[in-house]
Each structure stands twice: as structure tokens, then as C-alpha cells.
Design a protein around this ligand. Structure first.
Ligand SMILES: N[C@@H](CCC(=O)N[C@@H](CS)C(=O)NCC(=O)O)C(=O)O
Length: 216
């Protein structure tokens, strides 16, 4: 189904990838506009006026409303196309998925972001996304790498005896976690340790989903 909205994106970057995978699972297509964040287009006049933080993804609705946070975009898409449900099927599941996703962002995504953005020479003074310069702090890169190690162990424990993060159903939490694990493997060269069998099995299972394999 093609929807009349505009998705501003840079598909190679982790946060936009969350939306591309979400759309693929929903079987939805949205007109896309590439914002080349490596070339600094997020700060250009056309885009910066739409985005508070100068970041992608950004979804512009027909009435001009701009949504610049990945989870807000996912919530909107789930409302307009409930099937298949990716945010949980009832009140309890929605709360569980919301809690998981928040935990993944704070403990996983932020750790990898710190490890990556505080270490890569090309991101000097761009340690945080946004309109203002933020200097890199090497100690934060080190802390991010260490915290990501803890995170992988916690994720492995959570996945013991479960097919998916929230239990027996695939949800946006699996998308967020997959994006984090794949980002870590190239961004901070942190691979899943061999002894974390539950996490390795889940990663293989989720990566093999047809929607994900064709979208990656
Ligand atoms: N809060 C946003 C954060 C998005 C974000 O950090 N996007 C990155 C790409 S993964 C970006 O646009 N960076 C631009 C920059 O570094 O200047 C969300 O979760 O959607």
C-alpha cells in the first residue's frame, strides 16, 4: 500500500533503518527523500526547518505535521495500519513492548552511539546529533563499548527460552534490538560473543525473516 506521506531518510543509518524494517513488516510504502547526513544535508535550509534536532528519520504528514522521533513514527504507522501489530496486541503487550523498547534505546542504542560518535574522526565536534557542535570525549567512547558488552549479556539472558524479545510474537522491540546489534558490529566492531548462544540464535532467526533479509 502506498501512503501519501513523506519519509526523510538516510537508509544506511541505524535510526532510519528501524523505520524501513517497520514499513517492510507492515508491507507499507512511503515516498522517500534522501537526506545525505554524511554530506551535512540535515543542516540545509530545506530539511532543518522541519526537524528540531536535524535528524533522520522524519515523517511529514499530509497536513505538514513533522514527526522526528522513530518511536513516534512507528506509533503513527501502527495507528493507521494496525496489521500486523508490531507494538503489542493488547494493553499488557503494548506496555511490555514499550518498556522493552525504551530499555533497548537507553541501554543499547545510547551505548553504541557513545562508543561510535566519541571515537570516529569524521564526527569530531559531532559527538551528539543536532544543530550545535558537541566535542568528543574519548572516555565516553570507552564507557559506551563497556556498557554495550553488559547490554549484550542482559539481552542474552532475556532471550533464554524465548523466540522473540517480548515472548512468542515479533514486535518493534526485535527491530530495535536488531538495528542496535548490527550497528555495533560495524560501528564499534563489537560482535556477539560466541558464548551468548540465545542472542546469536535470535539474531540469526530475526535476520532470516524474508521482510528483513530483503530490506537490509
Ligand atoms: N531521536 C531520533 C534520533 C535519530 C538520529 O540520531 N538520527 C541520526 C542517524 S542514525 C542522524 O540523523 N544524525 C545526523 C547527524 O549526526 O548529524 C530518533 O530516534 O529517531
Amino acid at each position: 500500500m502506498i501512503m501519501a506521506m513523506k519519509l526523510f531518510t538516510y537508509p544506511q543509518a541505524p535510526s532510519p533503518r528501524r523505520i524501513h524494517l517497520f514499513l517492510a513488516e507492515k508491507g507499507m510504502e512511503i515516498e522517500q527523500y534522501i537526506v545525505d547526513i554524511r554530506a551535512g544535508e540535515q543542516h540545509g535550509e530545506g530539511f532543518a526547518g522541519k526537524s528540531r534536532q536535524h535528524t533522520v528519520p522524519l515523517l511529514e504528514l499530509d497536513d505538514g505535521t513533522c514527526l522526528g522521533e522513530s518511536m513516534a513514527i512507528c506509533r503513527y504507522l501502527e495507528e493507521i495500519q494496525p496489521d500486523p501489530p508490531l507494538l503489542g496486541r493488547d494493553a499488557r503487550e503494548r506496555a511490555v513492548v514499550n518498556e522493552l523498547d525504551h530499555w533497548l534505546e537507553i541501554n543499547g542504542l545510547l551505548a553504541v552511539m557513545d562508543g561510535f560518535r566519541n571515537a570516529v574522526p569524521g564526527l569530531k565536534d559531532r559527538a551528539l546529533p543536532g544543530p550545535r557542535p558537541v566535542p568528543q570525549i574519548p572516555e565516553l567512547a570507552e564507557r559506551g563499548r563497556r556498557c554495550y558488552g553488559y547490554f549484550m549479556h542482559d539481552l542474552d539472558r532475556l532471550l533464554a527460552g524465548r523466540e522473540f524479545l517480548a515472548g512468542d510474537y515479533f514486535s518493534v522491540a526485535d527491530i530495535t534490538a536488531l538495528v542496535i546489534v548490527d550497528f555495533a558490529s560495524w560501528g564499534i566492531k563489537a560482535r556477539i560473543p560466541i558464548e551468548l548462544q540465545h542472542l546469536s540464535d535470535w539474531h540469526r532467526r530475526v535476520s532470516a525473516r524474508p521482510t528483513i533479509a530483503t530490506c537490509s
